[in-house]
Write a protein that binds this ligand. Structure first.
Ligand code: ADP
Ligand code: MG
Length: 474
């Protein structure tokens, strides 16, 4: 995809985020990808049918609006569901690739990844026959990197996966919550693969969406009982993206299922983007049942963990592309600058890989900086202090700082003083009374007056204030 399209898309996402707020954005838009763009239509994809219909019914116009600010002639958005199972190397290719490499370097990690993927694929075939959601064969314990933020969640997940039939259930349900891209789905699918591979218990992985659609369509087909029976034949039920479980009848059914499973000593594992107490639309009984097991949060990925994830992604990519190489300084750079989530780390490696294989150019720091520009989290705006504001404004207007704090009312100090108060209000979190105190003990109404006055002026001439803001912020 052309660079300017990606940049355009990044701006659209920013606009969308500020229009709907972080929470809504993370719930519904974080996983939207841009597929194609032309002057009239934009084609985007989402991972699930549920997200697609939700966005279409609730946010279609807003999304279109955000695009139209970039491209006024755009009149249509298309949303499709992308296939959740990403392709992996067939068994013999993985082996051939490793054989080729053997001798020049012994990278057993990539090899293990390949073998794990193959057996994971076999396990997932059986799983889909049970009616489970499709699994991504790369999301196994072997490829899950452990760090400070996920040690506990990982240990609990292992424990669950390694349980044998008849073992006492230690924590039920196991409830894992974390923000987007921090590894919930990875961990849940790892449990599913490992549990089924052990052959002791039947592990079923369902997205909340699949649970809902499965249930709703089963009702329509008059086979609700069959559906319940299937579920109840499961030893471990794994439900992903619990926050999407909506609707009274779905929740009632979920509640029955949960109770039936837990009461009969079977394991339930749940992931959501927030703790049980924050699942607003959920029935109180369900919520307390969820909170009654082990609730573990996974924190954001630290820099070390990000670096390890990047390394493991690169060795996975090398199974198919043995000549792909990312120098350590580039990995360091990515780990340092891409702080959003695991999905962006994966995206970054994919772009480097695409660039490398398509252009034949080696991966360099310069290329990496160019390719991942839009994934880099903008620097947090610097915290501005009131003293800085006074200093910068005084210099700009050629008065002294003590003039600003004094009680002088000549025009040449009144205006800069008002500008400084206005900036203090808009660039810091200080209250009006506090700002008054810091400007020579003035009353908060004086500050308010100054803010209003400058606000009115700013409407006419923004250049000066913008300039000052910039001076203060870099
Ligand atoms: P979530 O379900 O929490 O939104 P995912 O499990 O889909 O996040 O993770 C997003 C991406 O980041 C995936 O490619 C996943 O493999 C990767 N990832 C996240 N955490 C880890 C980890 N600890 N080790 C390896 N990869 C990880
Ligand atoms: Mg997920």
């Amino acid at each position: 995809m052309a660079k300017n399209e990606q940049e355009c898309w990044a701006r659209v996402k920013d606009r969308l985020r500020s229009s709907v707020g972080d929470d809504v954005y993370n719930s519904w838009f974080a996983r939207v990808d841009l597929e194609q763009l032309n002057s009239e239509a934009v084609h985007m994809s989402v991972p699930t049918r549920f997200l697609k219909s939700w966005i279409q019914t609730h946010y279609a116009e807003r999304v279109l609006g955000c695009w139209q600010e970039e491209m006024p002639n755009l009149n249509r958005i298309e949303l499709t569901v992308r296939t959740p199972v990403r392709s992996i190397a067939p068994a013999k290719d993985a082996k051939a690739a490793t054989d080729e490499r053997r001798g020049e370097r012994s990278d057993t990690r990539a090899h293990d990844g390949g073998r794990a993927a193959v057996s994971a694929m076999a396990a997932s075939a059986g799983h889909e026959a049970l009616g489970g959601s499709p699994l991504d064969p790369r999301l196994t314990f072997e490829t899950f990197v452990i760090g400070r933020s996920n040690t506990l969640a990982h240990a609990a997940a292992r424990q669950v996966a390694e349980g044998r039939r008849g073992d006492p259930v230690m924590f039920n349900p196991l409830y894992i919550h974390a923000g987007v891209g921090l590894g919930k789905t990875h961990l849940l699918q790892a449990i599913t693969f490992a549990g089924n591979a052990l052959g002791q218990r039947k592990v079923l992985y369902l997205t909340a969406e699949k649970f809902m659609y499965g249930f709703v369509s089963a009702l329509k087909a008059q086979t609700a009982i069959a559906f319940k029976e299937t579920l109840r034949a499961i030893d471990v039920l794994v439900i992903d993206d619990m926050q999407f479980l909506q609707g009274k009848s779905t929740q009632a059914e979920f509640c029955h299922t949960l109770n039936a499973l837990i009461d009969s000593g079977r394991q339930v594992v749940i992931a959501a983007d927030r703790p049980p107490a924050d699942l607003e639309s959920l029935d109180d009984r369900v919520r307390s049942r969820l909170a009654g097991g082990l609730v573990v949060e996974m924190g954001s990925l630290g820099e070390e963990l990000r670096l390890e994830i990047l390394k493991s992604r690169v060795s996975a990519a090398r199974i198919l592309h043995p000549s792909f190489d990312v120098p350590l300084p580039v990995l360091d750079y990515l780990a340092r600058t891409i702080t959003h989530n695991g999905r962006d780390l994966e995206g970054a490696i994919n772009r480097l890989l695409a660039h490398n294989t398509l252009s034949g150019q080696a991966v360099t720091l310069e290329m990496a900086e160019r390719e991942v520009r839009d994934l880099v989290r903008p620097q947090e705006p610097r915290r501005v202090k009131i003293e800085d504001i006074q200093r910068v404004v005084a210099r700009q207007y050629n008065v002294s700082r003590s003039d600003l704090l004094s009680s002088r009312r000549t025009a040449n100090v009144v205006r800069p003083r008002q500008v400084a108060m206005y900036l203090a209000k808009t660039l810091t979190l200080r209250s009006l009374p506090e700002i008054g105190r810091r400007f020579g003990g003035r009353d908060h109404t004086t500050v308010l007056h100054a803010v209003r006055k400058i606000e009115a002026l700013v409407g006419k001439d923004t250049t000066l204030v913008e300039l000052l803001k910039r001076l203060l912020q870099d």
